[in-house]
Write a new protein. Structure first.
Length: 1197
């Protein structure tokens, strides 16, 4: 299954260079830009203090962070003692302040600060655990799971980002990193915060810093996954997730036991005045059905020689969050051929929305080649949002690129002589030593692969190409060491009959976890093990959960359904702090000015004023607006920390609305309030109307409120009608220097100009005598349309660090250093020498330059420019061309392109290789030209050029051209079948000329003599320089011999419609004749005259002919016994051929007259010496097989 992480915002950080001395932008907590050096110094001082304060919890940290299993301490319940403070096990954090723009930007950092256990007295902590029932100022009860939740950053931080890192590894082929989160993010609707919004970001990193997967979330008031807080903070709205959200990142590309880094980042805005923080809980356990990503997964196909229709089916999940319901917009199936080209597309599946399944049916006409073709399938799902008011919410598509390893659909050797069936197999083993691999006996899968293995040989290969070509088989299949992998098995019946199918090898190594509240102040707690087949706790319990009543270590052994075992251990530490109480809070309403607090968790005593007074009443009513500190005592004497509750004045909901912006300069807008109310206001409640639509809205700010029938007024929703149809103006500015004030001069022509965001306008484009400060630049045309805000910050030249930009050296490139602080002269050596050129080129670091700008006699503050980069040579590569044998001479060949790597560069082991079909594709990493299946690339044309992008460890690359020419393999002209006559020999000759011959009998000439039947093969070879092409043909030697006639059946007694049928046996294939000239396949001869015949049976294979005489009997219809020598006697013709035949003659009255034997000369027409008269006479013939024939004839005188 392929998950594509869907986010509201992806941030891609480029490779631009930033100067650490570039003047930073700063805001106060009201969101106002400040440039006063005293205020900035105060902010920086507080930042420094906050950093030093956070280091207090890591004083005893001297070792590098340990690596833990993916799910270890996923609930943030386990702690370790660090000095005098308990800190979270397995996670650490760092504090960073990225340079602007900061939105979704991440600095590479190694987190090394310990995360303290929750203590409300620890102020300014950039990361901490908080109780699962912690009361957030905006969310309320965060409703976490078990006892603790991880909090990243906080509302009042002075530093920008808190970066949580945990070193992890997986052991059980896990494909997904799962977690749950609630974010609190301000959203600043003001152009000065473009790319500067607070954000929440999650990354999976390899140890070398390579990003495996990531997502980044910013606040958008039009995104319905967020709830908007009823009050503004620092003049900006606050958005939060009221429900827990599911986070999912793809880790399928990581190997078992490979160490990687999980990173969570909670960040303020880039200017510091707006906050963003996040709560995270239960890694590996998705506690929420709400998520920002959907998925789709194809069921494995493994269709080998399938019948039609072929059902391509799978499952999908729908994204949903914040009450948004999504639906399926489309599901598209692509069928790809061996060239990875799409040959068929279908977007009309059968969808079951209840079970979230889909199916496509493929018929024979959908596939261009159902004789020898191979195909893979992929599928894409797109989503739509049912709630049309959520225009800021979007869900990206999901994609599954393949149904199974190898070909999904294959017609390899699909014929009547190769009709055995194959199915994929699975072998599973437990990883006993945690190295991620184990030994397998691959032959144990044979019975799964096919139901009848008679006459079939099995060879096992690590890839499909090896199985197809029957090369490089696994040498020790009964003791094959492997990680989790797929093995390709070739099942061979004969030289032209084989099939390929997979064995999935699963090395299982589940890691058990324990969750629960690790605190027994209330008398007991419940510990729960991760899912398994059976359980054994250290206290003897055998269920998934167990109740414990004392501190100490507890362990559980979990065995899964495969018999694989894992042990997890946790410690309940001595702790006299009770769990924070669960609270039910009722806030004032429009009609009620007071609130209430109810403690719902078990407690002996309760205090609502931070422990000053105590009572046993779990409920405090009629509470005025204010802040209350709730704590409890348990029966064991444990006392909780304070839980701060704010009873706040009533604030109604925000009205829903739609609005239309002007589309051209001079146009007006429209605002429509969609929330039902009694009255509506567009000016923050100054005036009211019953009309919910405002037309002809001139550009400006509109604060939308509604009033219900009780007179309760909603919070305001801000709508800004823009008239900013002009482009940002061009301008030049000069910082104040040496007592000379600064200036801003617009170079874009306009009707009016402003440097205070439009508060004041003038027709002159020059603003002179400007002091240091922040200026917001705008222009206006004659129609009153304006440009967006553009910000300029003027500083005293001599109080400003020299700004610079480094274009770093890299692949085939030297570095360039440019001073960006405007001056008249520039120095790169601390003022020793000066030049009017502000740029140095062809720098090969590492070098450090001391840069200064000079203007009159004023100097900027010297900055150090560290050019740490060096010129990196490109990999040395060589173009290569090679012939490729077309093994089946069918114009197509699957090849492993990586076999040529050693021909393209000297040391391929230290290089990475990417393969493309075009040079432009290789240069630009064009995915459409990328060859993904390079180990099974289908070469079809006679001459093909492959462009190989060869990348070294510095990510520098060169491109080598690989020219491949497909050539014919030897063509063998043998017949598929030869016949061997019994007790003889047959000569088989290959008449085509080749460089080498190898018969299965061992001979190496072009001709052999064979005296035994059987299946034989000939392999011929042809040499093309270093390339050797070979072909193999099988042929059968079949034994044959002359026929043995076992019986001849006749049907006679007619003049011309008699029949002869011959039964013959033997090894040959026989044909039949009555004249030894004209032969037929049928053994039946019809419409024959009576008389004497010789039947001939001939072996078609040339092994001889046999013959036998046959007589068809008949009688004369009359005779004339008058002594003239003609027809004087009557007898059965050819009766002498049946010695036991008898004939009895009767007159027409039935009187017996005469009996004739087989050799009789016949009846002369007399009875007892007396001539009988002319008349009809009857006869009965009794043949030697017992059959009788009756007839009559005439005697004529």
């Amino acid at each position: 299954m392929k998950y594509f992480i869907i986010t509201l915002l992806f941030c891609l950080i480029g490779s631009e260079s930033y100067s650490q001395f570039t003047p930073r932008k700063f805001e106060n907590n009201q969101g106002r830009i400040i440039v006063d050096s005293v205020e900035i110094s105060n902010i920086l001082s507080k930042r420094k203090y906050e950093i030093e304060y956070n280091k207090n919890f890591s004083k005893n940290t001297i070792l590098a962070q340990n690596s833990y299993h993916l799910c270890r301490n996923g609930g943030f319940e386990e702690f370790e003692l660090n000095g005098t403070v308990y800190t979270i096990l397995g996670f650490e954090y760092s504090i960073t302040n990225p340079l602007n723009p900061t939105e979704c930007r991440t600095l590479q950092t190694d987190s090394d600060l310990k995360i303290p256990q929750y203590n409300p007295n620890f102020l300014n902590v950039m990361s901490t655990s908080v109780p699962s029932n912690y009361i957030d100022e905006f969310i309320g009860n965060i409703n976490g799971f078990d006892q603790y939740v991880l909090k990243v950053n906080h509302k009042n931080s002075y530093n920008t980002s808190s970066v949580i890192q945990g070193k992890r590894f997986k052991t059980n082929n896990e494909n997904l990193f799962k977690f749950n989160y609630k974010a609190v993010l301000q959203s600043i609707n003001e152009p000065g915060h473009d790319n500067e919004q607070p954000f929440f970001k999650v990354r999976i990193l390899k140890n070398n810093g390579t990003v495996v997967s990531e997502f980044c979330l910013i606040g958008d008031p039009n995104n319905c996954i967020f709830t908007q807080a009823p009050t503004l903070a620092g003049g900006s709205i606050v958005l939060y997730n009221s429900n827990w959200q599911s986070g999912i990142l793809d880790i399928s590309g990581l190997d078992n036991n490979e160490e990687f880094i999980v990173e969570f980042i909670g960040s303020r805005c880039g200017l510091g005045g707006h906050f963003g923080y996040v709560y995270i809980d239960d890694i590996c356990l998705l506690q929420s059905s709400e998520n920002l990503q959907g998925s789709i997964e194809l069921n494995p196909l493994y269709k080998v020689c399938p019948t039609f229709p072929i059902s391509v089916c799978g499952t999908f999940t729908l994204p949903n969050s914040g009450g948004i319901s999504s639906s399926v917009a489309s599901i598209t199936l692509n069928v790809l051929n061996e060239n990875n080209s799409v040959v068929y597309t279908n977007s009309n599946p059968t969808i079951n929305l209840v079970n979230q399944t889909f199916c496509f049916d493929l018929v024979a006409t959908n596939l261009p080649n159902i004789t020898t073709g191979n195909y893979n399938v992929n599928v894409t799902i797109n989503f739509t949002i049912s709630d049309t008011n959520c225009d800021g919410t979007s869900f990206n598509s999901a994609f599954d690129d393949d149904a199974n390893p190898g070909w999904d659909i294959t017609f390899l050797n699909c014929n009547a002589t190769c009709d055995f069936t194959v199915t994929p197999a699975t072998l599973t083993s437990c990883d006993g030593n945690n190295d991620g691999k184990d030994f397998f006996n691959l032959e144990l899968a044979n019975s799964q692969l096919t139901s009848d293995s008679t006459g079939i040989t099995f060879t096992y290969h690590s890839n499909y190409n090896g199985a197809f070509a029957n090369t490089n088989p696994i040498a020790t299949p009964t003791a094959y060491e492997s990680y989790t992998a797929f093995i390709f098995v070739r099942l061979t019946k004969d030289a032209t009959c084989f099939k390929i199918i997979t064995i999935q090898l699963n090395v299982r190594n589940p890691q058990a976890t324990i969750s629960g509240i690790l605190n027994v102040c209330s008398g007991s707690t419940v510990l729960t093990a991760s899912s398994g087949g059976s359980y054994l706790w250290s206290n003897g319990a055998t269920t998934q959960s167990t109740t414990v009543t004392s501190t100490g270590s507890y362990s559980v052994s979990v065995t899964d359904s495969f018999g694989c075992n894992s042990v997890a251990t946790i410690s309940i530490l001595p702790n006299q702090t009770a769990v924070l109480p669960d609270l039910l809070i009722t806030q004032p309403t429009c009609s009620t000015s007071t609130g209430s607090i109810t403690v719902t968790s078990s407690a002996s005593q309760i205090s609502y004023d931070g422990g000053l007074t105590w009572s046993t009443n779990p409920q405090a009513n009629n509470l005025s607006v204010g802040t209350y500190s709730v704590r409890i005592r348990t029966a064991a004497g444990c006392e909780s920390f304070n839980s701060t509750v704010n009873i706040v004045p009533f604030f109604n909901t925000y009205p829903s609305l739609n609005f239309e912006q002007p589309t051209i300069c001079g146009d007006l807008g429209t605002i429509t309030i969609t929330s039902s109310a009694s009255e509506y206001s567009f000016d923050d409640g100054a005036t009211w109307t019953t009309n919910n639509v405002l037309t002809n809205a001139i550009p400006g700010n509109y604060f939308i409120r509604t009033k219900d029938s009780q007179g309760c007024i909603s919070n305001p929703n801000l709508v800004i009608i823009y008239a900013e149809f002009l482009n940002n103006p061009d301008y030049i500015f000069n910082h104040p220097y040496c007592g000379t004030l600064g200036s801003i001069i617009f170079t874009t022509e306009a009707a009016e100009y402003s440097i205070d965001a439009g508060a004041n306008w003038q027709t002159s484009n020059e603003f002179l005598n400007l002091d240091i400060g922040s200026y917001v630049l705008k222009i206006k045309n004659d129609l009153g349309c304006t440009s967006p805000n553009d910000y300029v910050y003027l500083y005293n030249f001599e109080d400003t660090y020299t700004a610079f930009v480094i274009d770093h050296a890299g692949c085939n490139k030297y570095a360039t250093l440019t001073i960006t602080t405007f001056g008249e002269e520039y120095s790169f050596d601390g003022g020793a020498t000066w030049t009017t050129n502000n740029t140095i080129t062809n720098i090969n670091g590492p070098l450090i330059f001391q840069v200064i700008a000079k203007k009159d006699n004023c100097f900027s503050i010297q900055s150090s420019a560290n050019v740490y980069s060096s010129f990196l040579p490109l990999p040395i590569v060589t173009d290569f061309n090679s012939l490729v044998c077309d093994n089946f001479n069918n114009g197509t060949e699957n090849i492993d392109l990586s076999q040529f790597n050693s021909q393209l560069t000297l040391d391929p082991s230290i290089m990475n290789f990417n393969y493309f079909t075009t040079l432009n594709g290789a240069m630009s990493n064009n995915f459409s030209d990328y060859i993904a299946n390079y180990t099974a690339y289908n070469l079809t044309s006679t001459e093909t050029s492959i462009y190989v992008k060869i990348i070294d460890s510095n990510s520098c690359f060169s491109i080598a051209k690989l020219d491949l020419t497909l050539i014919l393999s030897p063509i063998i002209n043998l017949e598929p079948l030869y016949y061997l006559c019994e007790d003889r020999t047959v000569t088989v000759t290959c008449n085509s000329v080749h460089d080498g011959y190898s018969w299965s009998t061992g001979e190496t000439t072009n001709s052999i003599v064979i005296n035994q039947p059987g299946i034989y093969t000939l392999t011929t070879t042809e040499f093309h320089g270093q390339i050797v092409c070979s072909s193999t043909q099988s042929f059968d030697i079949v034994l044959s011999n002359p026929a043995t006639i076992t019986y001849i059946e006749t049907k006679d007694w007619t003049t011309s419609e008699n029949i002869i049928q011959i039964d013959a046996t033997g090894l040959g294939n026989y044909e039949y004749s009555l004249d030894d000239i004209n032969f037929q396949d049928s053994n039946l001869f019809t419409n024959l005259l009576s008389g004497e015949y010789t039947v001939f049976v001939r072996d078609k294979n040339g092994c001889g002919t046999v013959d036998q005489e046959v007589f068809l009997l008949m009688y004369p219809l009359f005779f004339t016994p008058n002594g003239d020598g003609y027809n004087d006697k009557w007898k059965i013709k050819f009766s002498e051929t049946e010695p036991n035949l008898t004939v009895k003659i009767f007159d027409r009255h039935g009187k017996f007259i005469k009996q004739l034997g087989a050799n009789s000369e016949g009846w002369d027409g007399t009875f007892l010496g007396r001539d009988l008269p002319s008349s009809d006479y009857w006869f009965v013939v009794t043949r030697q097989n017992g059959t009788e024939y009756r007839g009559h004839f005439s005697l004529k005188r």
